[in-house]
Design a protein around this ligand. Structure first.
Ligand code: SIN
Length: 360
């Protein structure tokens, strides 16, 4: 009871403190930016049995209006409106969800009265949705994906501050033209390169080696770098007429590997296979044979790596020119799957697809 009272006083104190701060997000005309929050579920909207339940809780139970109401400080930095697009745990995110979300984002950003979008999302596939949007959003206006590692009912839940930061970024001029962004733990990351690195800690989202883009500190977004790869607003992917995406599956490489799973995917009609290879995308002999056969039948093959960092070298661990394979560059397997699906909506030519992988 006493702890509850202390927490309420602390919350009131933080609220008063934030009210006293200048609204950093004001536009040049002195108006607050208009930011739409699209809610999709996840832990940020999750609830647990007690305040110490930080695992074993239920994701996607709290609606967008309650998420917004829980952070009254948002009103200081943006005119916020909310839409419940889905209410799911993100392991259930599908290609169809992505198409729906991408079309909604493009429709909203085409409106002059929308300055930026925040998408609340489960962290498990957040990086995938972010990269899909990075490739298909046709606007320079900020789009920021945000999640939380602790459910909304947890002691020291990270959702409220993450949401506040995401709205601040989405309403900031600094974020315009930077592509789709991801923000948790006071950090700003690029959709292409960020990945979830820890099952449960608050600092799970990282861009190892290539580096994050910036921080949020003192009610302001600070950027220090930006990615050089092409963004969706400059690119060729148009989802406006699509209701599905080509079937592309991932096959994971490991010692003692066989081709049973891979052959099953091909037999089921996969248009593309991402091989999450060992090391620099190396292929076990039975797998190489099966991939070669699959390619001859028309399935597109992309060699990626399970390692998580580095470039998969073209003509390194396999003769890609001879086998007519594509390499994923630095994209991890789950992101390579997304780029291959979109590439296959444009072409079946492996050389063009390889160029696409070196472009985005
Ligand atoms: C999910 O991805 O929906 C559950 C896990 C999380 O949001 O952290």
């Amino acid at each position: 009871m006493q702890a509850k009272a202390v927490r309420s006083i602390f919350a009131l104190f933080s609220f008063v403190l934030v009210c006293a701060l200048p609204a950093q997000a004001e536009t040049a005309a002195g108006k607050l930016p208009n930011v739409t929050i699209l809610a999709t579920g996840g832990t940020i909207a999750g609830s647990g049995a007690t305040s110490t339940t930080t695992v074993g809780y239920t994701a996607a139970t709290v609606g967008v209006q309650r998420l917004i109401a829980a952070v009254p400080e948002l009103a200081k930095v943006a005119n916020v409106t909310g839409e419940q697009v889905f209410q799911i745990a993100s392991e259930n995110m599908t290609n169809e969800h992505w198409l729906t979300l991408g079309k909604r984002v493009n429709a909203l950003l085409a409106q002059p009265n929308v300055d930026g979008i925040v998408i609340t999302h489960g962290t498990d596939t957040l990086e995938e949705t972010a990269f899909f949007l990075e490739l298909v959003v046709k606007s320079k206006k900020p789009v920021v994906l945000v999640g939380a590692m602790r459910p909304s009912t947890a002691m020291s839940a990270d959702g409220p501050i993450n949401l506040y930061n995401a709205v601040l970024i989405a309403g900031s001029q600094e974020a315009v033209g930077k592509g789709v962004l991801v923000s948790l733990n006071d950090q700003i990351q690029a959709a292409r390169d960020v990945t979830k690195t820890n099952t449960s800690t608050l600092d799970s989202f990282k861009t190892p080696e290539l580096g994050m883009l910036g921080y949020v500190q003192g009610n302001k977004a600070f950027f220090y770098r930006q990615g050089l790869r092409k963004h969706g607003y400059e690119g060729e992917f148009d989802i406006s007429g699509l209701s599905s995406l080509p079937m592309v599956e991932i096959v994971y490489g490991y010692a003692n590997m066989n081709a049973i799973g891979l052959n099953a995917f091909v037999a089921a009609g996969a248009k593309g296979i991402i091989h999450a290879g060992t090391g620099d995308g190396s292929l076990a002999t039975p797998v190489k044979t099966a991939l070669t056969e699959a390619r001859k039948k028309g399935t597109m093959i992309v060699r990626s790596s399970r390692v998580g960092q580095g470039i998969v070298a073209r003509n390194g661990e396999a003769n890609d020119d001879e086998l007519d394979f594509v390499v994923s560059d630095t994209l991890n397997p789950q992101k390579a799957r997304i780029l291959l699906m979109l590439a296959l909506t444009k072409t079946n030519d492996s050389k063009t697809i390889q160029k696409i992988f070196y472009t985005y």
